[in-house]
Each structure stands twice: as C-alpha cells, then as structure tokens.
Ligand binder design. Structure first.
Ligand code: APR
Ligand code: PHB
Length: 389
C-alpha cells in the first residue's frame, strides 16, 4: 500500500490530523492497534481550550461539541473551607473553555473519518517503522500477513506506550520525566453535578476535583497514594472521602450514586525531545504527558496537531518545508509551557507525603497570592483557556 502520511495511533491526535489533512486533499492511513470500541472505552479529561474547539470546527467535527458541550467561563478553587472563583473570561478578554468528554470527541472524529471514507485500520498488530531518514515505510501484521505501507511521512500519534518514540535512536532522544507520589482515583456517576463549574479543591487529606460530563453525568476525583488499588475503595468510601475534602456547603448538596466507572491514574510529567527524527513526527501523548491538574493533556496534543496540519499543508500545497523544519522547536516551546502550568497547579493543590512545614506554607502563600493579584489570576486564566498556537 501507499499513502502520503501514515499515522500510527487512532486516538484523538491521529484521527484529528487524518481528518484535517483529508479535507486538504492529503491522503492518510491510520493504523490503530485496538478496536474502535476499545479506544472509545477510555475515559479521560474533558476540558477543551477555545483554540482546540476552533480546530474541531475546522475539521468539520464541531457540531455535536457545540450542541452538547458546555461553555465554561470560570472555575472554582476550594481551600480552607471556602470557594474562590477564577473568572476565565474576565481575565482573558472573553475567552472560555468547552467542557466536552474526550470519549465523545473521539467518537465524533471516528464518525467523521468514516463519513469521508477515511482509511482507519484497526487491530494493526506489531507495527514497525522503517528507514526513517530515507524512504520511510511502516509494516504491520494482519492475521498471518505482513502488510507494508510506503509513505512520505510517518506520524507517531500512538500514545505514551506506543512504538513510534521507541523507534528514534537512543542517542538522539532525550527524555525528561517527573513522577508524583500519588494518583487520582476517578469516579463517573449518573448524578447531577454538584456545581455547574469545576471545583479544584486543596485539602490536607488530599486534592479533590468535581468535574462533569453533562447535567446528568458527574466526574469526580480524589488524590490517593499509589499503593492503593480501586478494589480498596467502595463507592460509599469514595463519596465520604470526597465530601470530607470539600467545603461543608458543597458536601451537603452532593448527589451520590453508584459508580459507572472507577479507576486510578498515576500522575506523571514527561517530555521527549526532539519531536522529529527524519521523516517521523511525534504528536500528543507519544511525546509528552502532563498530570491532569490543569487539563492540558488533550489540549497539548491538539496544539501539536495544529502545527503539523499547517506544516504538512504548506509542504504539499506550497512546497514550503519551513513548518516541518520548525515543527519540533515550535511544538516543544508550547509543550513546555503546558508542562510548567500543569506542574504548578499540581504542586499548589496536592498534599505531598514528604512535605515539610515550609513547603506547606509556600503552598498556602501561592494560593493567597493568586487570589490577591489580578496579574496572577490573569496568568492562570490565560494558561487554562490555552496559550495562542
Ligand atoms: N500501533 C498502533 N497503535 C498504537 C500502538 C501501536 N504500537 N500503540 C498504541 N497505539 C494506539 C492506542 O491504542 C491509542 O488508541 O495509539 C492511540 C494513542 O491514543 P492516546 O493514548 O489517546 O494518545 P493521543 O491520541 O495522543 O491523545 C492525547 O491527551 O488527555 C490526554 O492522555 C490523554 O489520550 C489523551 C491524550
Ligand atoms: C475531567 O473532567 O475528567 C477533568 C477535568 C479537569 C481536569 C482533569 C480532569 O483538570
């Protein structure tokens, strides 16, 4: 087989790029290891920067997002028994975020690819990348057959555990990583959200987050030690602990119910540099991971796709390779800002098992400064709604 751009990974990054390039008449094949149902069973954050929402519209995938997603103009930070609001719109000249689940967004992308006859190959086993600096091609196993795809470029959009990043020689790749000594236990429940806007809560027992998918579907998280497993948390224990970490007025109006999904995710910061090797370009989780505290994960993936989309379009339509040549540096500059923001939110709002009294005083001061300074609030807001591409 032959294509112009072979995309490894059928998550949001790979599908969005495939859709955008197709609309510009550029041919792609997406190779996905798992089934569509498997990809759509993953539950992940659902806060979209306004620039990302625009990109979804440009990809002609914004209709359901605009109908069912919620526009949020602010969120709350709860601490010391009180709630303080971050006015996103007020501090960014009217910008906002769209709350729309990643699962739904990925479903929309799959449907859009199918409607345009896009080539998305599922159950592509044993994907291998070859000749990255000369005549790139990809092979995968389909049953007993090995299939070869020749292409101009390969996009590694296969997530943190994918094969693409690992195909870059060790001497070329530099990895930066920070692990946090806790995870988030998340629960999805068919209950009315306790607050119309998200609540990020700092509490000595540990961080908590109240989020939502719709007015009848809530998503809540609590910080837990990495040594704990989901089985150790009954629904009742989860609700009781969540309420303890929130201001009393929020706890009393919390609607509880059976969990429909419950999982623990460790928190990690990770960046791989460079994001290009020869004809291979990394995008999304394959190159960088953030802790979920600032909701930057999917948004950082989207900014990679924005740069790649424009770079590929310039290459094919104008013979201009500047975007491709600058891709790694441009993408990484924005990636590191998202890393900094996620790290800062994480450090400010979590309880660290090995912290000393001095560290806790600084956390309190960080919050006190934030809510006493319009400049500090503006800085938070501009990062949360998304820095310009
Ligand atoms: N071959 C083919 N596909 C693979 C391989 C492989 N060797 N390894 C992984 N994949 C697929 C996975 O099954 C997954 O569907 O690549 C896809 C990668 O998708 P994601 O992990 O969702 O990564 P990405 O598309 O970059 O999405 C960005 O933002 O909010 C964060 O982590 C969240 O998934 C989200 C991400
Ligand atoms: C979510 O809704 O799952 C969510 C929202 C905001 C975050 C993280 C997760 O910062």
């Amino acid at each position: 087989m032959k294509t112009q751009v072979c995309i490894i990974g059928g998550g949001p990054s790979g599908l969005l790029l495939s859709q955008l390039l197709d609309l510009r008449g550029i041919d792609t094949i997406v190779l996905e290891k798992h089934s569509r149902e498997h990809v759509l069973s993953r539950i992940r954050a659902g806060v979209l920067e306004h620039g990302f929402a625009e990109l979804m519209r440009e990809a002609q995938c914004g209709e359901r997002m605009d109908r069912e997603g919620e526009i949020h103009h602010g969120f709350f930070i709860a601490h010391d028994g009180i709630m303080e609001r971050v006015d996103l719109s007020g501090h960014t000249g009217g910008n906002s975020v769209v709350v729309y689940g990643q699962t739904e967004l990925t479903r929309d992308l799959y449907e859009a690819r199918a409607a345009r006859g896009g080539k998305v190959i599922h159950h592509a086993d044993d994907v291998k990348l070859h000749d990255l600096t000369s005549s790139p091609h990809v092979t995968y196993r389909s049953g007993d057959d090995v299939v070869r795809i020749d292409c101009d470029f390969i996009i590694g959009a296969d997530g943190f555990h994918g094969v693409s990043r690992k195909s870059i020689p060790a001497g070329v790749l530099r990895e930066y990583e920070k692990l946090y000594p806790f995870g988030w236990l998340g629960v999805l429940s068919r209950t009315k959200p306790v607050s119309p806007e998200l609540i990020y809560a700092r509490h000595e027992r540990g961080f908590a987050l109240c989020s939502l998918r719709s007015q009848v579907l809530s998503r809540y998280y609590i910080q837990v030690p990495l040594t704990q497993t989901v089985d150790e948390w009954s629904d009742d224990d989860f609700w009781a602990e969540l309420k303890r970490r929130l201001p009393a007025e929020i706890g009393v109006r919390m609607q509880t119910g059976p969990s429909i999904e419950k999982s623990i995710a460790p928190l990690r910061s990770f960046v791989a540099e460079p994001m290009r090797y020869g004809k291979l370009f990394l995008a999304g989780d394959s190159a960088h991971i953030v802790p979920p505290t600032g909701a930057r994960g999917l948004n950082s993936a989207a900014s990679d796709i924005y740069y790649l989309y424009h770079a590929m379009t310039d290459h094919y339509k104008k013979g201009d390779d500047q975007g491709l040549d600058n891709y790694s540096a441009r993408a990484l500059a924005r990636v590191w800002k998202a890393q900094r923001f996620s790290w800062w939110m994480t450090m400010m709002l979590h309880t660290f098992p090995d912290s000393i009294a001095y560290d806790r005083k600084l956390q309190e001061t960080d919050l006190a400064y934030l809510f006493s300074s319009e400049n500090a609030l503006s800085s938070l807001a501009e990062n949360y709604v998304g820095l310009p591409f």
